[in-house]
Design a protein around this ligand. Structure first.
Ligand code: EPU
Length: 340
């Protein structure tokens, strides 16, 4: 299946639900359709290209003047297994949480802490999605796709994906160049629980037996209590990354703010909680027009209905400035901001 349109509305392709148009939009379900499209001689040839997954980590500040490519490749297939592990290849267009649900039901373990993250499977390795002590990089075996620069299909093994906190080669060297078509995950047949994050363990215990199903249920409950459902209230999850600062600087901040959450990183630095910093600046629950800051999680910007991308962007800049003024910490957006 393909869809090619000009001047195409992106309102249903971004979980903020803001209106923006793409000059050109191409959606495909099979790699052959993509290569055929790329070989055709058309008006979009000189335009910039943006690769759009589920649109759940994205803010369109303005119309997109260029070509948007939306891979919608379906399919979930077990391609290999042994006594302890199973390798599953999943189309980039599959819904992430439906895949996690399938894994838990099939007794393929590892991804249960990443339950209910909005977006597509293809986008998961791009920003190395993470939650409750797990990052997807621990379960990615290979990322398959098509390179627009070399016009070839190839696979990137996990070791070459340059995974970091919310980062990978696909956001850097291969940005807007490598179209992910499928991802191979290596999952465990025996669960290895990661329950150290926040209240997760207590939430699992409330549900009885320690099993992956209950871990999934607990994660879903925690997320639902803190994070708005994009189908009900437009948002893109955490709008900013948690900032990483030097140890000495964190100590100084801690001396003045004894309650400040802080987490040591493997390289001796300290990760701060952006949500806490924003919350301390008084933004939680703030609303201006239809743009706002979520009432339960200050890291999440929300669209109450008709906020424009520009309004949300301006709000994000005000928040950045106030955190900088008060804590001398620079917040970096986690969401992809387009059109500025
Ligand atoms: N906090 C506040 N006020 C707030 C929000 C948070 O004081 O408004 C405090 C919390 O009390 C806690 C700390 O900040 O002490 C951290 O909060 P939380 O556990 O809710 O996690 P987070 O750091 O805000 C990160 C991820 C989330 C992920 C959760 C759970 C980033 C940018 N965000 O949020 O990921 O679900 O941890 O692992 O790393 C996303 O990427 O879109 C996302 C939602």
């Amino acid at each position: 299946m393909i869809r090619f349109s000009e001047n195409y509305s992106l309102k249903n392709y971004n979980t903020f639900g803001v209106e923006a148009k793409a000059s050109f939009f191409f959606e495909f379900t099979e790699l052959d359709d993509l290569t055929e499209f790329l070989q055709s001689n058309s008006s979009w040839k000189e335009e910039p290209i943006f690769l759009l997954g589920g649109g759940s980590n994205l803010l369109f500040v303005d119309d997109y003047k260029g070509l948007i490519i939306h891979p919608n490749v379906p399919g979930v297939e077990v391609i290999r297994e042994n006594r302890n592990q199973v390798w599953v290849e999943v189309g980039a267009g599959e819904d992430w949480d439906r895949f996690v649900d399938y894994c838990v039901k099939s007794q393929y373990y590892g991804l249960e802490n990443l339950s209910l993250i909005p977006g597509t499977v293809g986008a998961a390795p791009v920003q190395n999605i993470g939650a409750y002590g797990v990052e997807v990089q621990d379960f990615v075996d290979t990322v398959n796709g098509f390179d627009l620069k070399t016009m070839t299909a190839y696979s990137v093994p996990a070791e070459q994906c340059q995974f970091e906190y919310r980062n990978s080669i696909f956001k850097n060297e291969l940005k807007n160049r490598f179209i992910v078509t499928s991802v191979v995950f290596r999952l465990d047949k025996f669960p290895d629980f990661k329950l150290d994050y926040g209240t997760l363990k207590a939430e699992v215990e409330k549900r009885g037996k320690l099993d992956p199903h209950n871990v999934r249920e607990a994660v879903v409950a925690i997320r639902q209590s803190k994070l708005p459902d994009p189908l009900e209230l437009g948002n893109a999850g955490s709008f900013f990354k948690n900032p990483v600062v030097d140890h000495d600087f964190a100590e100084k901040l801690k001396a003045v703010n004894p309650g400040m959450p802080n987490y040591p990183t493997v390289d001796g630095k300290i990760k701060l909680a952006a949500g806490w910093l924003i919350d301390q600046c008084g933004w939680k629950g703030y609303r201006t027009g239809d743009a706002g800051v979520h009432k339960n999680q200050a890291l999440v910007l929300v669209n109450y209905g008709n906020a424009s991308g520009k309004e949300l962007y301006l709000l994000s800049q005000e928040i950045q400035q106030s955190v900088k003024d008060r804590f001398a910490v620079e917040l970096e957006p986690e969401a992809n901001i387009l059109g500025v």
